[in-house]
Every structure is written in structure tokens, then in C-alpha cells.
Design a protein around this ligand. Structure first.
Ligand code: COA
Length: 180
């Protein structure tokens, strides 16, 4: 059984990112199950961690619970490395902390860590019905480059297409998003 959501933090609290571990998955799944009609399973996360995908959690930069591991998770992402590219598989902000710029912070960290590793293309899929996420990605400069038919599960056993988006990350893009 998954844990309940941990208490949140005030909007505007400074944050840092840390690596996700198997021990975090109760916390992560509590957020995941709130965020999606078709959430990732524990197995999806453990497989991603076992495969060495980049999995990062956003936590308060400081907290009365000083230990980094004990700080509440505000959001997370999972990305699969490829040849000179990263494929963003999951990015989620807990529901009571959405609209505070936290996804933008995580995208900035993904972009800068990808560039550090010589990966200058980001890929992702998004549901056509997820206008909020599309708006975030478009703001970030992602372009629609294709469509995967019937990619996602949908209600009543139906399937939903996926919009495929790509972002090329030249060094100048880092500056454009204040990543220097
Ligand atoms: C999509 C999601 C990751 C955005 O996270 P967030 O932290 O709320 O986003 P941010 O606060 O960083 O906002 C960045 C941009 O996203 C868009 N956005 C955020 N909240 C929005 C809202 N309520 N309505 C419309 N657009 C919104 C806007 O373009 C926003 O930029 P702006 O503030 O300049 O208008 C978050 O809503 C989420 O976790 N949703 C559920 C999981 C999900 O759909 N993940 C993406 C799967 S592809």
C-alpha cells in the first residue's frame, strides 16, 4: 500500500534536487496516484531505477527535518538516456504545489544535467488532452515532431494518441532559460 502525501511546504520555498531511490517509492507513488488517471506502477519506477535512468526528486532546500532524505517530495522526473539525447518519461508535481514554477525548475535541471553529459536533445510524449503540460513544454521551446497513435491507455479500454515533442538544447538555450 502507498503512503499518504507528506505535508507540503509554503509556496516559494527554495528547493533542491536529489536522486530518487527505491526507498522513496511510497512517497513518489502517493504523488503519482493523485496526479494521473493512469499512473505509473511501482514496477515502472523500480525498472527505471534498476536501468539507471535519471530519476530526480525536488525537495525543500532546507527543512526542520534537516536530513535530505526526510524532506517532503514536491515533484520528480524520470528520464531515459540515449545517444546524445534524453527522453523524459515522467514529470510530475504534487497537486497542491502545481502552478508554482516547480516543473520549470525540474526542466531546467534536466536540461543542464543533460548538456553536462553531452546530451543536447530532449524528447517527450504528452497526451493531446493534457493542455497544461503541452503549454509548459511549448513555453520551454519544445516543438511537436510527430504523433504516436494509440500510445496511452484511456477510459473504457480505449487508447489515446501521444504528441511527440523535441527540444534541441544548444548552449545558447541554457542562457535563454537562465541556466548559467
Ligand atoms: C504538468 C505539470 C508537470 C506542470 O507542473 P507545474 O509545476 O504546475 O508547472 P509550473 O508551475 O512550472 O508552470 C509552468 C507552465 O506550465 C503551465 N501551467 C502550469 N499550471 C497551469 C494551469 N493551472 N493551467 C494552465 N497552464 C498551466 C503554464 O504554461 C506555466 O507557465 P506560466 O506560469 O508562465 O503560465 C503539473 O501540472 C503536473 O504534475 N501535472 C500532472 C502530471 C502531468 O500531467 N505530467 C506531465 C505528463 S506529460
Amino acid at each position: 500500500m502507498s503512503a499518504q502525501l507528506q505535508p507540503g511546504v509554503p509556496a516559494g520555498t527554495a528547493t533542491v534536487m536529489r536522486a530518487m531511490a527505491v526507498a522513496d517509492l511510497d512517497t513518489v507513488l502517493a504523488i503519482e496516484n493523485q496526479a494521473y488517471a493512469f499512473p505509473w506502477t511501482r514496477g515502472n519506477f523500480t525498472d527505471s531505477l534498476a536501468a539507471g535512468y535519471r530519476a530526480q526528486m525536488l525537495v525543500p532546500a532546507a527543512s526542520r527535518r534537516g536530513d535530505l532524505v526526510a524532506r517532503p517530495c514536491l515533484g520528480y522526473y524520470v528520464a531515459m538516456p540515449g545517444f546524445e539525447e534524453m527522453h523524459l518519461l515522467n514529470i510530475t508535481v504534487r497537486s497542491d504545489h502545481q502552478g508554482q514554477g516547480l516543473a520549470r525548475q525540474m526542466l531546467a535541471e534536466l536540461a543542464s544535467s543533460s548538456l553536462d553529459q553531452g546530451r543536447n536533445t530532449l524528447w517527450l510524449e504528452v497526451r493531446p488532452s493534457n493542455e497544461r503540460a503541452q503549454r509548459l513544454y511549448r513555453q520551454w521551446g519544445f516543438l511537436t515532431v510527430g504523433m504516436r497513435r494509440g500510445y496511452y491507455p484511456h477510459d473504457h479500454g480505449r487508447r489515446e494518441d501521444a504528441i511527440v515533442m523535441r527540444l534541441n538544447l544548444p548552449r545558447s538555450q541554457e542562457a535563454a532559460h537562465g541556466l548559467d
